[in-house]
Ligand binder design. Structure first.
Ligand code: C2E
Ligand code: CA
Ligand code: CA
Ligand code: CA
Length: 279
């Protein structure tokens, strides 16, 4: 038993080192990715529940790694945050998304808005709001065409700084959305404290909507509260027509999920249906 334990321990060390090595390698690759034009954005439509049309698109980053293929954000965003690379990646995403919106609008593609994910780390920069507004100006889009998605947990950091950033952005017309709503803590109090335009109901609630009465109650309460505070609601991860039905009945404003479209490269956005009606 003693030897077995030692062997297992040694095995743990080896695999732990291997993993650190792999992380280190990936981190070095990521450093090059930002400059080497290996990042790209996919876009997923957000559908107006009553209009059935594209109300906006969310930009989701991907990394075309030279040997690993297309790497998904869950495999590198946390790494980027820890390696101090998230500001550069976040800036790249912001610029690319604003330019893309501008390009669609010049082509007459009916995309009113683009939503960009922002990491909690990015909000720690005192000049974050100025950076965003500069990108908006340089890309020539209407500030109301940009929406920033911030997770609920990122609001916990520094309330005063975050409030200042939000008010600068919103005064300029940029929209702010709270992502993954319901997964953090003290969710409801945040909503009244932070001036935001939109609340995104987390996928975990949407997936339980049909067979879990409590999930349905939470979603109903969030929508009522958000509307009471003058905010729009978006449901993420909508995969079935039954979920669409329930969310429309609960008066959710926008819907996003595989039911309508997976995230796609920008050239595929004009090819989407553009008019979704429940059968
Ligand atoms: P998120 O912001 O919650 O984005 C939604 C994720 O759910 C996306 O995964 C999307 O592809 C996926 N999804 C959309 N519809 C459905 C559906 O109907 N069913 C299911 N099962 N999944 C669906 P993705 O693209 O892998 O992104 C994962 C996360 O990575 C995002 O979660 C976001 O937190 C982060 N992320 C993505 N792009 C960026 C970025 O540019 N900056 C930062 N800081 N984070 C990003
Ligand atoms: Ca939105
Ligand atoms: Ca998001
Ligand atoms: Ca989410």
């Amino acid at each position: 038993a003693k030897d077995g334990g030692r062997a297992a321990y040694r095995f743990f060390i080896a695999s732990h080192n291997e993993r650190s090595l792999e992380r280190l390698e990936l981190e070095n690759d990521l450093r090059r990715a930002v400059e080497g034009e290996q990042l790209l954005l996919y876009y997923q439509p957000q559908i107006g529940a009553s209009s059935g049309r594209i109300a906006g698109v969310e930009a989701l980053v991907r990394w075309r790694h030279p040997t690993r293929g297309l790497v998904m954000p869950d495999s590198f965003i946390a790494l980027a945050e820890n390696a101090g690379l998230i500001d550069a990646i976040g800036h790249w995403c912001l610029v690319a998304a604003c330019r893309q919106l501008r390009a669609w609008q010049e082509q007459g593609v009916p995309v009113p808005r683009v939503a960009v994910n922002v990491s909690a780390r990015q909000l720690r920069r005192w000049d974050f709001a100025q950076e965003v507004l500069q990108v908006v100006t340089q890309s020539g889009i209407d500030p109301a065409g940009l929406e920033l998605e911030l997770t609920e947990s990122s609001l916990a950091d520094d309330p005063e700084q975050i409030l200042a950033i939000f008010s600068t952005l919103r005064q300029a017309g940029v929209r702010v959305s709270i992502d993954d709503f319901g997964t953090g803590y003290s969710s409801l109090s945040y909503l009244s404290r932070y001036p935001v335009d939109e609340v995104k109901i987390d996928r975990s609630f949407v997936s339980r909507l049909l067979d879990d009465r409590e999930a349905r109650s939470v979603v109903r309460a969030v929508i009522l509260l958000a509307h009471g505070l003058g905010m729009r609601t978006v449901a993420e991860g909508v995969e079935t027509e039954a979920q669409w039905q329930v969310l429309s009945d609960l008066d959710c404003d926008e819907l996003q999920g595989y039911l309508f479209s997976k995230p796609v490269p920008p050239h595929q956005i004009p090819l989407l249906k553009g008019d979704w009606q429940r059968s």
